[in-house]
Design a binder for this molecule. Sequence first.
Ligand SMILES: [Cu+2]
Length: 165
Amino acid sequence: MKPLLAVIILLITFTACKKEVEEVKQNEEKKVDHSGMMVHKPWIRPASTGTNTAFFGTIMNHTDVNDTLLSASFEGAEVVEIHETYMKEEDMMGMRRIEFIAIEENSAFKLKPRSFHIMLIKLKEDLAIGDKKSVTLNFKHSGEIKVEAEVKDMPGGDEMDHSHH
Ligand SMILES: [Cu+2]
């Protein structure tokens, strides 16, 4: 074998090997993304200063421990509460504060309009469509999870959830 050819073959082998290693690395990073406690598609409905709005998203507990959402915080609101929506009277929905939300191990819990949500009360600033806002959820086991939420109108599909049940 000519020396040049040997070098080329060596180079090709080396490059292929390196690529494989990178792919394994990427897969591991993907795995990390889906471990622990996370919030999928977090969003906030737009609202102006002084009014109330809410934070939504799917809380995913990828751990093997039952966990509990104890509280949430958001710098742009004077008060932040965990809320549930309930049937106040016939055909009349109301909402009220609850102390916590239990999220079982390896399960998801959806915060969505007309259901459970994080209430952002008395906004200190305008929340306009396209803004990105940081909200922190505080869990009993997982501790504080910081989430970057997008301010946007109710996404299609989510709103229609009630009609499917
Ligand atoms: Cu509420």
